[in-house]
Design a protein around this ligand. Structure first.
Ligand code: CTP
Ligand code: CA
Length: 223
């Protein structure tokens, strides 16, 4: 098994990946966002492309770039735009990986003019965004579906809950307990959880984490 050459194992397969944060507009110059860099999603896209897959990468605002001709990059801004772009492609993909840090809520109304500074407090009403991954789970027929979870408490239990609730085949749990893991860093410490197993990996670069994740996906899908 050690010397197994994974290089072109995904030839003929199409992989859909979501990446980065989403920005939810408040007014023409402001938004609600998060610190996701998009690095994990872009690393996954490069790794899948290296193994021969055709990759569709739907990314929120991120400074990451790719020049790989096997990666079709679709840049979006908000969760709603990400939702619409994802479901243009989802029907025909073999593997879907949701690594985006999608904003859970968006302002109910977007002010058409820049909001002026007036009172001492300002209330912005937020409404829940569509859950892209949960919808992928509901519409799943042939796809191998992979989610991510970032938890700060009851990590493994919560991740397993998301696996079930969103009808996923596997979930990648980002452990924030360890120094150097997560959002802003170039390293990650993960667990991969399925209905039957829970595999723990060492702290490593996001490029190497992408290799572990793609190896695991190949192990489960190629047989
Ligand atoms: N996700 C998504 N669309 C959303 C919210 C989340 O596709 N509107 C996806 C993420 O890309 C990730 C997974 O769902 O793969 C889990 O995201 P997470 O934020 O951990 O879970 P939530 O379901 O949003 O629950 P909570 O934030 O309350 O923990
Ligand atoms: Ca969330």
């Amino acid at each position: 098994h050690f010397n197994k050459n994974y290089s072109q194992n995904l030839k003929g397969k199409t992989v859909l990946i979501t990446a980065g944060p989403t920005y939810e507009a408040i007014d023409p110059v402001r938004y609600i966002g998060n610190h996701s860099s998009g690095k994990m999603g872009f690393s996954l896209a490069e790794e899948a492309a290296k193994r021969g897959a055709k990759v569709i990468l739907v990314s929120g605002p991120s400074s990451q770039k790719t020049s790989n001709p096997e990666i079709a990059l679709h840049r979006v801004t908000s969760a709603k735009e990400m939702f619409d772009e994802v479901f243009k492609h989802y029907e025909n993909v073999d593997i879907a990986i949701a690594s985006a840090a999608v904003a859970d809520y968006a302002p109910k109304e977007v002010a058409s003019e820049k909001i002026k500074k007036n009172d001492d407090t300002l209330v912005i009403e937020l409404v829940k965004n569509p859950d892209i991954l949960k919808t992928m789970g509901e519409r799943k027929h042939r796809q191998f579906l992979v989610g991510f979870a970032l938890e700060t408490q009851n990590e493994e239990e919560n991740a397993k809950g998301k696996l079930e609730k969103k009808n996923l085949d596997m979930i990648v749990l980002n452990s924030l307990r360890d120094e150097g893991a997560g959002f802003k860093n170039d390293t990650n410490k993960i667990h991969i959880i399925t209905m039957h197993e829970n595999r723990e990996f060492a702290l490593k670069s996001k490029d190497d984490v992408a290799k572990d994740i793609m190896n695991f996906i190949e192990e489960k899908t190629l047989k």
